[in-house]
Design a protein around this ligand. Structure first.
Ligand SMILES: Nc1ncnc2c1ncn2[C@@H]1O[C@H](COP(=O)(O)OP(=O)(O)OP(=O)(O)O)[C@@H](O)[C@H]1O
Ligand SMILES: [Mg+2]
Length: 611
């Protein structure tokens, strides 16, 4: 299964039946209102025809008629001319009010159903997004993902109702008007309808172009969003390296690209309307010429002709609408194709069908012949064997890019081993329920991410059900109490997005408090102290000492003080376990990697002391 979102294809964009079938579960709950809405579209469409039809009696009886003509209805006799002349102004108002009410109902229902469909689609897509494993986030840019998860479902669901509605209204508008045409003169009708049919054919030819431009527009939109995100996340680097100009240029480039795309579509689609207009006018001219002949030869009444020409003129609008609606329906289907592509992404890291529940760690963690690669044929871990006992602290050291973070990322199954296995108490971790596995692991990262919200919220993420006492204890153990006490709002202080309003060390201690509160038997510390100065490191180190008591701990650190205290040290170099043992054992190895590392740091510490 390929995780990378394809940028420029949406394979099912022309597969209308398939797409509608997939959208159906989302339409189903709002089916009642959607149907009413579509039903309302019928009279809305037909009203134009009624208007044209009303012209016939008006012309024939009022304009061209005589006062003597009468109708007898239920015993009453009325003079047609007077009756129609007095009733028609009221008729016009009633007609407008009726049309207005229908339009209001229709718009309301369109918004209601459109938003409902779009929302349930988005909720499901968001679930999909949070359920995907880290690899998905590695290979796709944030902008593209945002664009596809937010914009496409919106386009797909909101416009589908709108388009269907106007499609139905238009079709019935056409049917009504054509009926009036046929009623007034079938000979003229044939001419008129043939011309209209010719006028809308170009729509068929532009759908491929629409698909291409729509996809390309989505990609540019995605790049723009990525640009925005990077401007936020990287603003300090942008400022420090004076990259504003570069960033602005990038954005301007994207805006231009978007403009070009919009214009290329406009160029291809924009000629449709004038062409249709010209073709229609040819039709009208033909009808006029032939109609004049029919009137002069007494085959057609003036009223019929007036109705006819009005219908024909009114017919232009729905014909043009049909063109637009078909164009926007095509855009909708392209977006739908892309949306359902997202639904087809299958998370690769899942619980097995009959999972074991992991309760705690009793004996050991074993890496057995573990090989791992992020990208095919680029091995990162090579046949790694390592056994860690319960409540042991193991330090991972080694060259940068050697695979230390990768080793610990495999434990909560951020990624799965390519071959070999990792076992907790003799059970392959892939056999555990994923949630219970992750519940048993506390992870403190080097660059800890805090969520926008309060410090309390962020710590409580470790354990939503923690009591105030437990929370206070975790804060104390994380050496956060002094810092929090000094804050005006204490625990309820809001931290900025990503926790930017806290210092690096404070963020790390919040993360440690979160991990302490989680109280998991396995603790992973990936460079949890590397970015700190000596004093903060001493504080954070104390917090860590509290966190790792009576737990099985993997600690990745550069500082030898942290490493020396570990029970054992594993040297991971270029994806292989190069050395394993206690500090003293590894120091005995002549030419040992660890020994060299230690001596180098020891030396530089001494040099520092001399300065
Ligand atoms: N998400 C990823 N996708 C592809 N390759 C990756 C990914 N993460 C890491 N790598 C590659 O895997 C290798 C091991 O990386 P890893 O982060 O495990 O190293 P490390 O030992 O933790 O290094 P450091 O001490 O610098 O943190 C590196 O070559 C790195 O480029
Ligand atoms: Mg690392």
């Amino acid at each position: 299964m390929e995780y990378k979102l394809k940028e420029t294809t949406s394979k099912d964009a022309f597969n209308y039946g398939y797409l509608l079938k997939r959208l159906y579960p989302y339409i189903k709950p709002v089916m009642g209102r959607a149907l009413i809405n579509l039903l309302i579209a019928i009279p809305l469409g037909l009203l134009d025809g009624v208007m044209a039809l009303a012209l016939k009696p008006y012309m024939d009886y009022v304009v061209n008629g005589s006062p003597e003509q009468t109708w007898t209805f239920l015993g009453f006799t009325v003079h047609i001319q007077t009756f129609l002349a007095s009733i028609i102004p009221f008729g016009i108002v009633a007609f407008a009010v009726f049309q207005g009410v229908l339009k209001y109902a229709s718009n309301y229902l369109t918004d209601w159903t459109g938003n409902k469909i779009s929302n349930s689609l988005k909720v499901d897509l968001f679930k999909k997004l949070t359920g995907l494993d880290p690899q998905f986030y590695d290979v796709n840019s944030s902008g593209l993902v945002l664009q596809r998860f937010l914009t496409d479902p919106e386009t797909a669901s909101k416009t589908i109702i709108e388009s269907l509605k106007s499609f139905i209204a238009t079709v019935f508008g056409l049917v009504g008007l054509v009926a009036v045409l046929l009623y007034t003169s079938w000979k003229l009708a044939i001419i008129g309808v043939t011309v209209m049919a010719i006028a809308i054919t170009p729509v068929v030819f532009i759908r491929k172009k629409i698909k291409k431009v729509s996809n390309a527009t989505m990609v540019v939109g995605g790049n723009m969003t990525t640009n925005f995100n990077e401007t936020f996340a990287g603003n300090k680097i942008i400022t420090a390296y004076n990259l504003q100009e570069m960033q602005n240029k990038k954005f301007e480039g994207q805006i231009h690209e978007q403009f070009d795309l919009a214009m290329s579509l406009s160029k291809r689609v924009g000629w449709m309307s004038p062409i249709m207009y010209s073709v229609c006018s040819v039709g009208i001219a033909l009808v006029m010429a032939y109609g004049n002949h029919l009137i002069l030869t007494g085959q057609l009444s003036a009223g019929s002709f007036a109705s006819f020409v009005t219908s024909l003129l009114l017919l232009y609008k729905p014909t043009k609408n049909l063109g637009n609606t078909l164009t926007s329906l095509q855009t909708t289907f392209v977006a739908m194709g892309r949306t359902f592509e997202l639904f087809d992404l299958v998370p690769q890291i899942t619980s097995p069908e009959k999972p074991y529940a992991m309760h705690s760690l009793e004996k050991s963690i074993e890496f057995k012949n573990v090989c791992f690669e992020y990208e095919k044929d680029k091995p990162v871990l090579k046949n790694l064997n390592l056994s860690v006992n319960r409540n042991e602290t193991i330090a991972l050291v080694g060259n940068s890019g050697g695979g230390k973070s990768t080793v610990v990322n495999l434990l909560p199954r951020f990624y799965d081993v390519t071959s070999g296995s990792i076992e907790f108490d003799g059970i392959d971790i892939r056999k555990f329920d994923l949630k219970s596995l992750r519940d048993n692991i506390s992870f403190v990262f080097q660059d800890n991410f805090l969520f926008s919200g309060t410090i309390r919220d962020n710590i409580m993420m470790g354990n939503e059900d923690a009591t105030q006492e437990e929370l206070d204890r975790a804060i104390e153990m994380a050496h956060l109490d002094e810092f929090i006490d000094a804050l005006e709002k204490g625990l309820d202080t809001i931290v900025g997005e990503r926790g930017t309003t806290l210092s690096g060390g404070q963020r790390q201690r919040v993360a440690i408090a979160r991990a302490i509160l989680k109280n998991a038997p396995i603790v992973i510390l990936d460079e949890a102290t590397s970015a700190l100065d000596n004093k903060s490191e001493a504080i954070v180190q104390k917090a860590l000492d509290n966190l790792i008591q009576n737990r099985t701990v993997f600690v990745i650190a550069h500082r030898l003080s942290t490493i020396k205290n570990a029970d054992r040290i594993a040297v991971i170099n270029d994806g292989e376990l190069a050395e394993l043992g206690t500090h003293d054992q590894l120091m005995m190895l002549p030419d040992g990697i660890y020994r060299k590392l230690y001596e180098m740091q020891f030396q530089s510490n001494q040099e520092k002391a001399l300065v």
